[in-house]
Design a protein around this ligand. Structure first.
Ligand SMILES: NC(=O)c1ccc[n+]([C@@H]2O[C@H](COP(=O)([O-])OP(=O)(O)OC[C@H]3O[C@@H](n4cnc5c(N)ncnc54)[C@H](O)[C@@H]3O)[C@@H](O)[C@H]2O)c1
Length: 315
């Protein structure tokens, strides 16, 4: 690997542009290849990219030149439509290239499970493989997860997750993959709500069963839903309500509230709006025992720890 980490951006649309601009500005990375099936998209991104590190920028229309021996690439970021992610990532990890895949991992469970096994084998060979779940890094999410892992919410009993957004018809018409089963893999849940479902899963553990209703209520020509509601029962016994829509004009917030026997918290648009938790594991927890949140988080010593704080905060 060269001194700078050489990056290929595969898919130069909305999120590919974001990744490219951030990576091009970072002192340890250089963007060396732009890949897009649309020449216009790649050229447009090339025109706004500030390349400070001198390597010539290669523009290609398919990922194949990225995976050939000797291509100037150490890392790829897969930013193509969701239903194409794994086919591309399979090729890049087979070529020994570190691979970051935009969310969702893909739209097909069977392929996703096979990919998880391939990714584990690649990791064992020293190749990094990851999917973007950026909200797990939000200070609010980290603080809640840490407090739960420390038992400070007592038994986690319930959660309410709502993504109340608006997406215009132009948004769906603006990309022929949007709103399709094959390439979007779903609608308001799979595309927009997936981050909040990810946090719900991170906080409450494995779901045991889900009951849901979906509707297409404010858009035309979509195969998928623009509105979904669901109830979820987790293996811990905790219950949750999920609401995800792109039909809530003019677009409100993403809100996630979680509750336990000794604490509650609310995240609104990524910010910790409310937090109340016991000062130490299990304190005041009449149900006994920590709330069944597996693994660690922002525990003692973490900059986001709320350790020693019996607090009730409205921001
Ligand atoms: N993490 C986040 O918050 C976030 C935000 C937005 C989008 N995304 C995800 O990123 C992905 C792309 O979304 P977007 O909004 O940038 O879409 P987009 O339509 O703006 O961009 C996709 C680009 O990929 C190109 N493309 C399509 N098929 C290709 C292929 N086989 N090879 C090369 N290029 C190809 C298209 O020409 C287009 O330029 C989706 O999976 C989406 O869910 C994640």
């Amino acid at each position: 690997m060269s001194a700078l980490i050489r990056v290929a951006i595969i898919g130069c649309g909305v999120i590919g542009t974001h990744h490219a601009i951030v990576l091009a500005a970072h002192p340890r990375f250089e963007v060396t290849m732009l890949v897009d099936s649309s020449d216009d998209a790649a050229e447009q991104l090339a025109s706004v990219l500030v390349i400070e590190h001198g390597a010539p920028l290669v523009i290609v229309s398919g990922f194949e030149p990225v995976v050939v021996e000797g291509a100037p690439v150490d890392l790829v970021v897969v930013c193509t439509p969701s239903g194409t992610h794994i086919d591309i990532a399979n090729a890049t990890i087979a070529a020994g290239i570190h691979t970051i895949v935009e969310k969702p991992l893909d739209v097909d469970f069977a392929k996703a499970r096979e990919f998880a096994a391939l990714a584990a084998a690649a990791t064992a060979r020293g190749i990094h493989v990851s999917v973007i779940s950026q909200h797990r890094f939000d200070p609010a999410s980290v603080a809640i997860r840490g407090a739960m892992a420390d038992g400070r919410f007592g038994r986690v009993t319930s959660a309410v997750a709502s993504v109340a957004w608006w997406r215009s018809q132009d948004y769906y018409d603006g990309g022929d993959w949007r709103g399709t089963w094959a390439l979007d893999g779903g609608g308001a849940v799979m595309n927009q709500g997936v981050h909040t479902v990810d946090l719900l899963r991170w906080f409450l553990g494995r779901p045991a069963d889900v009951h849901a209703r979906t509707g297409l209520l404010a858009h035309e020509r979509l195969e998928v839903e623009d509105t979904a509601v669901a109830t979820v029962r987790f293996e811990s016994g905790a219950l949750a309500v999920v609401h995800a829509t792109t039909a809530a004009f003019p677009g409100l917030t993403v809100r996630l509230q979680v509750h336990g026997t000794t604490g509650s918290a609310i995240i609104d648009n990524d910010r910790l709006e409310y937090f109340h938790a016991a000062g130490a594991a299990g304190e005041g927890n009449s149900a006994g025992g920590a709330g069944g949140v597996p693994g660690g988080g922002a525990g003692a010593g973490s900059p986001w720890s709320t350790e020693n704080c019996v607090c009730s905060v409205r921001v």
